[in-house]
Each structure stands twice: as structure tokens, then as C-alpha cells.
Design a protein around this ligand. Structure first.
Ligand code: ADP
Length: 429
């Protein structure tokens, strides 16, 4: 393992995994700190996805240290702490406390903090974080329910969270390239700065910062800062030029489970609903009929074959509101998520090996129900959504799509991209 990463949430982990894979590192995402016996194969990078963004700082620190321990045992040469490109945190943490705890554990005196993600219009200038053309504190992040960001000056935000000194590597240095950055890093270290926020306005800046940080044992940032890291390992002769992200061919049946009600998923469901291979889940029926899940599976069994089946609870806002009024917002969500998990288990039992899931919470419910420890990242279907292969038995091809991602033809396109093994029908229904 070359790079051992800790991400403070699941979609952040897959975002980072996607970046590393596209640049040639075979990458595995583990869902939580793993049991010791998880086999990550020949992965170049391993990312442990935590849910530590908005929990108490002490818990975030202890979970992150447990993750670091596991990664260090795997022999990672460099470590990466991934957080959100909008620096989601409060004065109590968790970015500062976790970064300092990781530095202590690794016996290091210095790291950088760079959440910039120019592709998504997150840039840093003179330590100030911009979202599009406004400061972070003017963006919708100021109203975030858990981590409202009302101060755009990252050096000040981070200093409030840290015991050690926070400094800045400003734009003019970054613009001059990696040698200049390295020079300033050396000076900041002598001055006793422990974490330096680094300005970045473009991907070229991120590449230069990545190159300058090749020898740091710990880096912290968004997924953008990772852009330059694969090339560092390649330059050091540790990474081959081969493409990463090639998954094995999968045989077995195909299905789509859609629990997202986002506008994009509504369009994707409508687009796929042409023949009779679709089933709509009614949340009220889930509450009233204990055999509801069994009926979905009964419906699916004879239809599993050449074409993928679609099972969805996706609905327009008025229908969602009606269900929420009848059952309560949380209850209806839980009912559907639990049902989706059970349906996924049933489908896999019937030979489904290629599964697309729409919805962040829905995906979480499905991977938990299937008892999946980790995912190897494969080819990107649409921006930000790769195919993945689950670790463990049986291996499944999974595409986990957060609600609003993907083009209208995402579902069918996914299966076309994946292709199938010749022995497609070898798994009996
Ligand atoms: P997204 O990624 O679009 O936010 P999620 O899966 O994270 O999608 O969240 C969608 C939520 O809506 C889930 O909790 C799901 O159970 C719930 N849900 C799905 N279908 C319906 C429906 N027809 N009525 C009410 N709630 C629904």
C-alpha cells in the first residue's frame, strides 16, 4: 500500500477514490475501520470511510486513530486525511483535532491543509475559501444545519480548532511551483508552524503542491490535493504506468434499486420504465403488508434474465409529502431503506451480481444489508459515479449513485459500460 487515507464521510471517500483511480492508483474504499481479516488485494491506495464529520471531536479523533493504526499496519508510505472542500467543521473541530492527533501518532511536526477543488469552483486565495465567485461565508454553507461556515479565512478557522500554530503558503509562492513551495515549507517548519493552509486556484496549483509534499508523511485536504500524488509515486518508481480501475467481468443478473427522489433520479427512472421490467414500491403498502418485500421478490424472480429489472420508490415531491404526512418523515425513510436492503439481499440470493443503487442513504442501507466491507473502484460511468466491485463473496458489481448525479440514461448506460462475462447465464435463477 502506497497511500493510506482516512475520509470523514462516505461520498468524500468515493470522490477521493475516483480521483486516485483515474490517475492510475488501484484503490479500495473500506466502509469503516475494518476487521483485521479484510483482504485489499494489491491496492495502491486504501481509503477508510468514516462518518466522523459531525460527531463529537473526541470520537472523530479516536475513530481516525483506529483507522490510522490499521493503515499503518498495512505499511502505507504516506497518509491522507480527506475532508470536505467547503471545510465543513465547527470551532470544536473536527478537522484541526483530527489532523493534530494524526500528526502526533505519526510523530510528525508538519502538514498542509488544502480543501481547494477548482473543478467544483472551490478555490483558496490568501487563505480565504471561495465557493464559485463568493466567499465561503456568503455561500449557502453559512446555513448548513450542522456545520455552518460563517468565517471564510481558513487560517483563522483552523487556528481556533488547533493547539499548534497555523500558517499560510500564499498564492504567489504556489504560483512559482513546487520548489518554491518546498522552500516555504522548510521556513514555516523552522518557525514552528504545525499546519499550513495552502492557496490554490487551479489544478496546476494542486499538482505543484502535491509534488512539493511528496515527502510529507501526512497530507490533509479535499480530493483535489490528491491529484498530484499518483505522479509522485510514479516518479519514485513505486507505481506502474498501467491503467487502474479495470474490474473483472461480472456474470449474473442485473437490477436497479432507486430510493432517491431527486430530480435526476426521477428522470432516470422515467427513462428506464419502457417495458414491463419495473416495480414501484408503495411506502404505505410496506407498513401495512408484512409480505410486501416477499411480493417484490416474487415479482422479480421470473423477470431476472437478459434485461435489468428496476425496483423503485422514487416519487415526485407531492407523493413524497403525502407518504410523509401519513407515516411521518423519518419512519417512511426507514421503512423504505430497510425494504431496499432486504430486497437487495433477496436479489443477490437469486443470482443478481450487477446492481445499481440510486440515493446516498439508500446505498448505505443496501451495502450494510449486504454486509459489504469494502469496494474496489472501477470505470467511471458518469462524473463522480464509478462502477465498483465488492470485496468478499460473492463479488458484486455495484454502482452507488448519490441522488442528483448521472445523466438521464444513467441506468441502462451503466450496464452497457460494464459489459458482461460470456457465462452470463451460468448462474441459475
Ligand atoms: P438522495 O441521494 O437523493 O438524497 P437518499 O437515498 O439519500 O437519496 O434519500 C432519499 C430518502 O427518501 C431515503 O430515506 C428514502 O427512504 C426516502 N424515500 C424514498 N422514496 C420515498 C417515497 N416514495 N416517499 C417518501 N420517502 C421516500
Amino acid at each position: 500500500m502506497l497511500l493510506g487515507c482516512i475520509a470523514d464521510d462516505f461520498t468524500g471517500a468515493t470522490d477521493l477514490a475516483n480521483t486516485l483511480t483515474r490517475r492510475g492508483m488501484a484503490t479500495v474504499v473500506l466502509l469503516g475501520v475494518p476487521h483485521e481479516d479484510v483482504d485489499v488485494g494489491d491496492a495502491d491506495a486504501v481509503i477508510i470511510a468514516l462518518k466522523s464529520r459531525s460527531i463529537a471531536a473526541a470520537h472523530a479523533v479516536s475513530q481516525s486513530l483506529a483507522a490510522l493504526d490499521w493503515l499503518a499496519c498495512g505499511g502505507a508510505r504516506q497518509h491522507y486525511f480527506k475532508y470536505c472542500s467547503t471545510f465543513d467543521s465547527t470551532d470544536a473541530g473536527n478537522i484541526g483535532p483530527v489532523a493534530e492527533a494524526l500528526l502526533d501518532a505519526l510523530k510528525q511536526d508538519f502538514t498542509v491543509a488544502c480543501p481547494a477543488f477548482p473543478t467544483n469552483k472551490r478555490t483558496i486565495y490568501q487563505g480565504h475559501l471561495f465557493v464559485g465567485d463568493v466567499l465561503l461565508s456568503e455561500s449557502s454553507m453559512r446555513h448548513h444545519p450542522l456545520t455552518p461556515m460563517t468565517d471564510p479565512l481558513l487560517t483563522r478557522v483552523l487556528q481556533r480548532q488547533c493547539k499548534g500554530r497555523v500558517g499560510l503558503i500564499a498564492y504567489d509562492v504556489v504560483e512559482r511551483g513546487s520548489a518554491a513551495i518546498r522552500g516555504v515549507v522548510a521556513r514555516l517548519r523552522t518557525d514552528g508552524v504545525r499546519i499550513a493552509v495552502v492557496d490554490a486556484l487551479t489544478d496546476a496549483h494542486l499538482l505543484a503542491i502535491g509534488e512539493a509534499c511528496a515527502d510529507l508523511k501526512l497530507l490533509t485536504g479535499g480530493s483535489g490535493l490528491a491529484l498530484g500524488l499518483p505522479e509522485n509515486f510514479r516518479r519514485a518508481g513505486l507505481l506502474s504506468a498501467q491503467a487502474a480501475g479495470v474490474l473483472p467481468k461480472f456474470s449474473g443478473h442485473a437490477a436497479v434499486l432507486a430510493g432517491s427522489c431527486s430530480a435526476a433520479t426521477q428522470r432516470q427512472v422515467a427513462k428506464m420504465k419502457t417495458g414491463s421490467n419495473w416495480f414501484e414500491i408503495d411506502p404505505i403498502a410496506l407498513r401495512e403488508d408484512r409480505a410486501a418485500v416477499a411480493k417484490v421478490l416474487q415479482w422479480a424472480r421470473p423477470r431476472l434474465g437478459k434485461e435489468p429489472v428496476l425496483i423503485y420508490s422514487t416519487a415526485d415531491p407531492a407523493t413524497v409529502e403525502k407518504a410523509q404526512a401519513a407515516l411521518g418523515r423519518e419512519r417512511v425513510g426507514h421503512l423504505i431503506e430497510a425494504a431496499m436492503g432486504e430486497i437487495a439481499k433477496g436479489l443477490v440470493g437469486m443470482g443478481v451480481r450487477r446492481l445499481v443503487v440510486a440515493g446516498g442513504e439508500t446505498s448505505g442501507a443496501v451495502v450494510t444489508a449486504l454486509g459489504i466491507d469494502g469496494l474496489r473502484i472501477g470505470e467511471e460511468i458518469d462524473p463522480g459515479v464509478p462502477w465498483t466491485a465488492s470485496l468478499g463473496e460473492p463479488p458484486l458489481a455495484l454502482a452507488l449513485k448519490s441522488g442528483n448525479f448521472g445523466a438521464d440514461d444513467f441506468f441502462l448506460k451503466s450496464f452497457e459500460k460494464l459489459g458482461t462475462a460470456d457465462e452470463f447465464f451460468s448462474i441459475p435463477p
